[in-house]
Design a protein around this ligand. Structure first.
Ligand SMILES: Cc1cc2nc3c(=O)[nH]c(=O)nc-3n(C[C@H](O)[C@H](O)[C@H](O)COP(=O)(O)OP(=O)(O)OC[C@H]3O[C@@H](n4cnc5c(N)ncnc54)[C@H](O)[C@@H]3O)c2cc1C
Length: 445
């Protein structure tokens, strides 16, 4: 009997922007594809902040990976956590049982997590925003704070509950802090009897000299003005030195607030450490120009987990870069299978957008820069276009239109209250930390 023709197996770790783009680029290829993700869904991270601020429901910005790839017959989806990469035997080991998934080519697109600059102990008091669970947690804390303020009879305590600190003046911090005052002052105000939610304070803290450092100075200044108009207190040159359940330290000054959110930094997925290749300080793997790992031409790393310097600047950690890289890595696999030489990746920046709040955004296309309502409409259009799934596009469009005309935030759901209770004000700091740690450990079970 003749030997079966060689049909390579391409394993992709991560079903985010990069991994999904890689899988789709292999749609008609003569290969078998296994896409591994620890969750069963793709998350459209640019709209996570809308889930965190009760504007959208989790299901509206996520889509099951199996459903997305249901027509791609050469591709299987495996809901599993990659734990080990054995580059010698060319297998990925998943889950507790370390089940082995062999590969001929491996594309790693495991993304990044928020980082606390060596202060992981701050995480329970200042959750970050990366996955859908984080967004639900932020929404819960934000809405719960008003319920607790309404219950409290103490004016000082009420104000502390209605004070929110957002750490980090990048796009995520700006989006989060810009959305909170709007909900507090418009959507929530008529619903409460004992508190005036219009007195809500939102403080955005940035360690550097300005917010939105990746945008041109003029647009960042415009965004800071817009945030000020919305009632956000922007504090630059303010490095956070401590985070506690009832406030945030900036040097010797303590800002009293019962709710803090973290949007200040990213670390690459720990999976990168398994590849034993050079990494930068954020843990990103330094890839070759063809996106492969030096010394391992059969392994590619794409998206937020990789670092590639072009024209003296790193390719940015944004959705379009991950999509372009994922697709490019897959095409390099196909080139090789056709015995063609690989190509070197070039990132094409199609422009940067950030929204600040209702009718406010900034847009930078290099050759043209603008802000305000036109940028906001463009932001809406682009995000609808990039959302995965026709149903999600329609539903989000309707939600946005409804919110625009009614000033409502439609998803004001507080869940898991019993499992998670903030500390009482009169206990000592140490007891409060113990209380929070206990409740958080319980809530994570
Ligand atoms: C809040 C927020 C807002 C953003 N806003 C914008 C924006 O407006 N515009 C923009 O362009 N970019 C934005 N970004 C950045 C953009 O989302 C990322 O650059 C992009 O998601 C990176 O794609 P990726 O494929 O590398 O990783 P991800 O999209 O993060 O996907 C990684 C995937 O890997 C999976 N995974 C991780 N580890 C494992 C493991 N061990 N085993 C199995 N699966 C694993 C994860 O579950 C996940 O599905 C934002 C990011 C965040 C967090």
């Amino acid at each position: 009997m003749p030997d079966k023709p060689f049909r390579p197996r391409v394993v992709i770790i991560g079903g985010g922007f990069g991994g999904l783009a890689a899988a789709r680029a292999l749609k008609r290829a003569n290969v078998d594809v296994t896409l591994i993700d620890r969750t069963n869904h793709f998350t459209f991270q640019p709209l996570l902040y809308q889930v965190a601020t009760a504007a959208l429901a989790p299901s509206e910005i996520t889509s099951p990976l199996r459903y997305i790839l249901r027509r791609q017959k050469n591709t299987e989806v495996l809901m599993a956590e990659a734990r080990e990469i054995d580059v010698v035997h060319r297998v990925v080991r998943v889950d507790d049982e370390l089940k082995e998934i062999p590969y001929d080519y491996l594309i790693v697109a495991a993304g990044a997590r928020h980082a606390y600059f060596g202060h992981d102990e701050w995480e329970p008091y200042a959750p970050g925003l990366k996955a859908i669970e984080d967004a639900s947690e932020i929404r819960r804390r934000f809405l719960l704070a008003f319920e607790l303020a309404e219950k409290s009879g103490d004016a000082r305590e009420q104000q502390e509950y209605m004070t929110f600190v957002v750490v980090g003046g990048g796009p995520t911090g700006v989006e989060l802090s810009g959305a909170f005052p709007f909900i507090a002052r418009k959507a929530l105000a008529p619903d409460f009897r004992r508190i005036d939610t219009r007195k809500t304070r939102v403080i955005l803290i940035e360690a550097g000299p300005r917010i939105l450092p990746t945008f041109p100075e003029s647009l960042a200044a415009r965004a800071a003005r817009d945030l000020g108009d919305l009632g956000v207190e922007v504090r630059v040159n303010s490095a956070v030195t401590g985070v506690e359940p009832d406030g945030v330290w900036i040097g010797a000054e303590k800002l009293r607030a019962r709710t803090t959110f973290w949007a200040a930094g990213n670390n690459a997925s720990p999976l990168g450490k398994l590849l034993d290749s050079p990494r930068d300080r954020a843990g990103r793997i330094q890839v070759s120009p063809d996106l492969s790992v030096p010394g391992h031409p059969e392994i590619f790393v794409v998206g937020d987990l990789s670092i590639l310097v072009q024209d003296g600047r790193p390719v940015p950690g944004v959705g379009p870069a991950a999509i372009q890289e994922g697709s490019f890595a897959a095409k390099n696999v196909l080139r090789e299978l056709r015995r063609q030489p690989r190509k070197n990746f070039r990132y094409r920046n199609k422009g940067d957008l950030a929204t600040i709040g209702r009718s406010r955004a900034i847009a930078d296309f290099g050759w043209v820069r603008f802000a305000g309502r036109p940028a906001w409409f463009l932001w809406l259009f682009v995000h609808i276009m990039y959302l995965v799934g026709f149903r999600n596009r329609i539903v989000v469009l309707i939600e946005w239109a409804y919110a625009y005309f009614t000033y409502q935030a439609g998803v004001r759901l507080i869940t898991d209250v019993e499992r998670y209770k903030p500390p009482s004000a009169d206990t000592s700091a140490a007891t409060r930390i113990d209380e929070w740690e206990t409740t958080l450990m319980q809530s994570k079970k």
